[in-house]
Design a protein. Structure first.
Length: 278
């Protein structure tokens, strides 16, 4: 018998290890499992699995199902396991915490795991938050994700969208979520663009009001200054032409809607033929 961090280290047969029914992780990528199996074949299992005693000489897996699956693919006859003495609740907390720390769970798996703790062990959201080291608001936000249908959850994962994309979709009524998700995926919208799309769906008149506001926006004070600047520049240009011997003049007419300038250059001016207007 060996020890590992002051706990018993056992070399168990794969068939003696029973997977955890409360395992929070649901998705196991086939390619990743094969890559891990190849690594295990070459280097062995570096981090032991975590188990506890079960019935009939079996051991219940607390954490390490991915390593267990890969070890079976690699054909290992014995698997290193650390034996913990714990109850069902603590074992479930271990499994969730390990996956959270390793970032192995997607947002919906996290939500399902949290919901299982609440349902199976009659914990409150506040108790789960304390045990997992999360804010109560974080727990609430994650549980809200389960209001999305399984089909939408799967599409979000397949499109590699984020948890914040999922939370944004929750703002829409259920009957509008599919169409919005179609648009987000088809156009490859980022989070900001997705939130803008959803805002337009929720409040379609907001965009129209914004466009109307732009159209009705009064003339900038700086625009008036721009007109004066143009007028001064034109006057200087005419003075330069006249000093060069070119007969030219201008006439200004102003109405409520526009300012009109007419510039006249006489053809019989001795320098007129040298002037090129682009």
């Amino acid at each position: 018998m060996h020890t590992f961090a002051d706990k018993k280290l056992l070399m168990l047969k794969p068939d003696d290890i029973v997977t955890n029914p409360n395992q929070p992780r649901r998705h196991f990528d086939t390619y990743e499992l094969q890559s891990l199996a190849d690594s295990i074949s070459a280097n062995g299992i570096i981090q032991p699995l975590t188990v506890r005693k079960g019935e009939n000489g079996k051991f219940l897996l607390i954490a390490g199902e991915r390593r267990l699956r890969a070890a079976k693919i690699a054909g290992l006859r014995r698997i290193p396991c650390v034996l913990h003495r714990t109850n069902d609740l603590t074992a479930s907390l271990y499994a969730i915490t390990e996956n959270l720390q390793r970032c192995d769970l997607n947002c919906f798996e996290e939500a399902l795991a949290i919901q299982s703790l609440i349902n199976d062990f009659r914990l409150t959201q506040a108790e789960v938050a304390i045990r997992l080291g999360m804010a109560n608001s974080t727990i609430s936000n994650k549980l809200r994700l389960l209001k999305l249908s399984p089909q939408i959850q799967e599409r979000i994962l397949s499109a590699n969208l984020t948890e914040r994309h999922a939370r944004a979709l929750l703002r829409l009524p259920p009957e509008q979520r599919e169409n919005a998700l179609d648009k987000i995926i088809a156009d490859g919208l980022n989070l900001t663009q997705s939130e803008s799309l959803i805002e337009e769906i929720i409040n379609p008149t907001a965009l129209e009001d914004k466009n109307l506001e732009i159209l009705q926006k009064p003339i900038r004070k700086s625009a008036i200054g721009d007109i004066k600047l143009f007028s001064n520049s034109l006057s200087k240009l005419l003075s330069t032409m006249q000093n060069a011997g070119i007969a030219a003049n201008s006439k200004k007419r102003e109405t409520e809607n526009y300012v009109e300038y007419k510039v006249r250059i006489f053809k019989n001016s001795p320098q007129a033929t040298q002037l090129k207007i682009c």
